[in-house]
Design a protein around this ligand. Structure first.
Ligand code: S3P
Length: 164
């Protein structure tokens, strides 16, 4: 079983993951990083060269593999929970939704370089994604943690205290 971090881009999943793992004495894996390593190209290149649908298929397989073999902390890409089979797999894990408000998310992703879904207008794209996905993150989560104006260490401490 793993502690799985879900939430939108800019929620801090990749930053909090390794810190939480260290606090819990386990290791962290980041599905986006593993997809890039396996493919030998950046996620933005996968989107551009092969399309979002292809990326989602790679993502689904990578999430299933990591959840099946890893016992620790897992950070998912922001869109992974949109897949119903992935949501089903999450039932067997401790899922933490890192919640972030619009302004803070925009600040954290900056110009959105490397995040293909934000191309165009970062703020309006993030707003649309937050509005559309917040109910999905809430539905899969055992725990929801607000991350606005908080340090990664503070967030880790809250998760650690709340875990069963
Ligand atoms: C995506 C989020 C990204 C990455 C891809 C798609 C999304 O991960 O998987 O660009 O659909 O929200 P992060 O949430 O780690 O930025």
């Amino acid at each position: 079983m793993s502690v799985v971090l879900v939430g939108p881009m800019g929620a801090g999943k990749s930053t909090v993951g390794p810190l939480l793992a260290e606090a819990l004495g386990v290791t962290a894996r980041d599905v986006d990083v593993e997809i890039e390593a396996r493919e030998g190209r950046a996620i933005s290149d996968i989107f551009v060269d092969s399309g979002e649908e292809h990326f989602r298929a790679l993502e689904k397989a990578a999430v299933a593999a990591v959840l099946a073999e890893h016992d620790g902390v897992v950070s998912l890409g922001g869109g992974a929970v949109l897949d119903p089979d992935t949501r089903e797999l999450l039932v067997d894990h401790q899922v933490v939704f890192l919640r972030v408000g619009l302004s803070e998310a925009v600040k954290r992703v900056g110009l959105g370089t490397g995040r293909p879904l934000l191309l165009g207008n970062v703020r309006s794209r993030i707003k649309a994604l937050l509005d559309e996905r917040a109910p999905v993150y809430t539905a899969v989560a055992d725990l929801t943690v607000d991350t606005d104006q908080r340090s990664p260490e503070d967030i880790v401490a809250e998760i650690e205290k709340a875990l069963p």
